[in-house]
Design a protein around this ligand. Structure first.
Ligand code: PRE
Length: 113
């Protein structure tokens, strides 16, 4: 199977090859996703108002950044679109996650008063 420039070359002839590669990639992705969630927890502590959690300008900048990175790695237009779609969903999840942590913080501050 051919792949764009900038991707590590791997042989993917059988479903065993494909699943082994998916498991290897997921093992790398999970710690990165956990680190991203850690950033959301920190953001929830730092932001002082609930309506600061969603920041549409920043969302647009994050999407531009990841699409540029995909292009740099040689992704074609349809894979750049796929990255945008995946990140749109990821950021929506992160906003919900951050809101839950923001609300927890606010509830704890209320109890502490
Ligand atoms: O940059 C922030 O302010 C974040 O909270 C992070 C993040 C993201 O997932 O990247 C999440 C919520 C905001 O709407 C914008 C971006």
């Amino acid at each position: 199977m051919t792949r764009p420039q900038g991707f590590k070359a791997v042989t993917l002839h059988t479903m065993t090859d494909v699943r082994h590669q998916v498991d290897t990639l997921d093992a790398q992705l999970v710690p990165l996703l956990l680190q991203r969630l850690q950033c959301m927890r920190a953001a929830a502590q730092i932001k002082s108002k609930r309506d600061q959690v969603r920041d549409d300008q920043r969302v647009a900048a994050v999407l531009d950044h990841v699409k540029r990175r995909a292009r740099q790695l040689g992704a074609d237009a349809s894979d750049v679109d796929a990255i945008e779609a995946i990140y749109s969903q990821l950021i929506e999840f992160c906003i919900g996650y951050e809101l839950r942590h923001f609300d927890q913080k606010s509830a704890q501050q209320e109890v502490g008063r």
